[in-house]
Design a protein around this ligand. Structure first.
Ligand code: GLY
Ligand code: MN
Ligand code: MN
Length: 433
């Protein structure tokens, strides 16, 4: 773990919020993610389960968290199970958490921190006392999970060993909680955003005609690692010219050409929290008249969208209103004709030819963070705002993405200091050459 431990109060508060949502005699079980195999004896880097991290701050494999708030024995109300280290593990993998360290990090009393080998009898005890068990699963609407996670294996085990128990889904509760960020979480997110901002300035200095997209990507990872970030929040999209019209372009293998644009969608991951930024810059430092017209249109849509994103709003109606703003801009650019727009099928608006993705998603411990999209917006939610115009026939794709915090008075731009005006970007690129 590269970052200094987060304040334990963040996790104490998260557990308290979850406990309040539970009925009497409910027990909750959460497991770490697996370390996923690749080939031969290779593995992917460990990525902690976001729900488990949110509730205890432990960034170590094989961790189990049990909440049983109505347990008679105070020591059983919250329990953490961690992997016991050994001389061999110390030699091959290095330091693992001691019980004391896990207790300090999570805010769970040391008397309730156990080695994983103690899990079996305690699990039986809790299951026999609990009226219902809340078990975790990945219920992100767009997830495709073909593998058996530790949580999934545990669900099957519980069902096999306690077939008459009543089981509940933990995921909807976690989505509810995680979609409204605490002040402490916002502080961590701001750190991820600050590192991301540094990455962008580095790129303004670096990009020039002839560089390869992957060289640009390499600049970012350098900036993340030297600043204590874990790495990319997601595979960055470094897309020159027509590549920017491929929404999930990840190859990053082309040469950046003079006179073209470079779409940069990237972010740092710090202490498991993610930033998500998109800027579109001119490779040679100057936007052409056409590029600039489209750029300014996207910027106006982003600003218009920000005004709409406030407490009480539903994401669906917000998306429809943003679509109307985009439609206006596309009419002004001559990409849509008013006759055709008047006759359009409202369920398939014509603007979608040029702006075919959603405008906003929750952001936090996951880049496309969990949250009930049918819930009204509330203070504490964090969203991206990322309109784009993609004109395949011209080989131009422009997207601008900022992260905002919903407050009582509207959307606060957490990326307000990151240059976005075309002139500012041109001036910075000129200065740094
Ligand atoms: N970078 C992924 C997204 O913007 O949603
Ligand atoms: Mn993005
Ligand atoms: Mn995004």
């Amino acid at each position: 773990m590269r970052y200094p431990p987060l304040p334990k109060e963040l996790f104490i508060e998260s557990r308290a919020r979850l406990s309040k949502k539970l009925p009497p005699k409910a027990a909750v079980f959460l497991h770490a993610n697996d370390i996923y195999p690749t080939n031969a004896d290779g593995t992917m880097n460990f990525v902690q389960n976001s729900d488990l991290f949110y509730l205890c701050g432990v960034d170590q494999e094989e961790t189990v968290l049990v909440l049983f708030p109505s347990a008679l024995d105070e020591k059983m109300r919250v329990m953490l199970f961690i992997r016991e280290t050994s001389e061999t593990i110390a030699i091959w993998e290095g330091e693992k958490l001691t019980k004391e360290q896990a207790s300090v990090r999570s805010g769970i009393p040391i008397t309730s921190v156990h080695w994983l080998s103690d899990f079996e009898p305690i699990y039986r005890h809790v299951m026999c006392q609990a009226r219902q068990a809340y078990l975790n699963s990945n219920e992100h609407a767009r997830a495709t999970v073909d593998i058996e996670t530790r949580d999934r294996r545990f669900i099957h085990r519980c069902q096999r060993e306690f077939p008459l128990h009543h089981y509940e889904r933990l995921a909807p509760l976690m989505h509810d909680l995680r979609s409204v960020k605490s002040a402490r979480e916002i502080t961590v997110l701001k750190k991820a955003i600050a590192i991301t901002e540094q990455g962008f300035h580095r790129l303004l200095h670096f990009v020039k005609p002839g560089v390869m997209e992957y060289e640009v990507e390499a600049e970012l990872i350098h900036e993340w690692i030297r600043n204590g970030a874990q790495g990319h929040a997601f595979s960055p999209i470094i897309a020159n010219g027509k590549n920017a019209c491929v929404l999930h372009y990840l190859d990053n293998k082309s040469r950046c050409l003079d006179g073209s644009l470079l779409l940069l969608d990237f972010g740092a991951r710090y202490a498991n929290y993610n930033a998500d930024l998109t800027r579109t810059i001119p490779v040679n430092g100057r936007y052409t008249t056409r590029q600039r017209a489209i750029y300014d249109a996207v910027l106006r849509v982003q600003r218009g969208a920000r005004k709409l994103l406030k407490p009480g709003v539903f994401l669906k109606s917000y998306q429809e209103k943003v679509g109307l703003i985009m439609q206006e801009e596309l009419l002004k650019l001559g990409l849509l004709k008013s006759d055709a727009v008047k006759k359009q099928d409202k369920t398939k608006p014509l603007y979608k030819k040029y702006f075919m993705h959603g405008t906003s998603h929750h952001l936090g411990l996951d880049v496309h963070d969990v949250g009930d999209i049918s819930r009204k917006l509330e203070p504490g939610m964090v969203f991206t705002i990322e309109p784009g115009i993609y004109i395949r026939e011209e080989g131009i794709g422009i997207r601008l993405e900022n992260d905002v915090l919903i407050t009582k008075s509207g959307a606060l731009d957490l990326m307000a200091s990151i240059p976005i005006e075309a002139e500012e970007i041109e001036a910075l690129m000129a200065k740094k050459k």
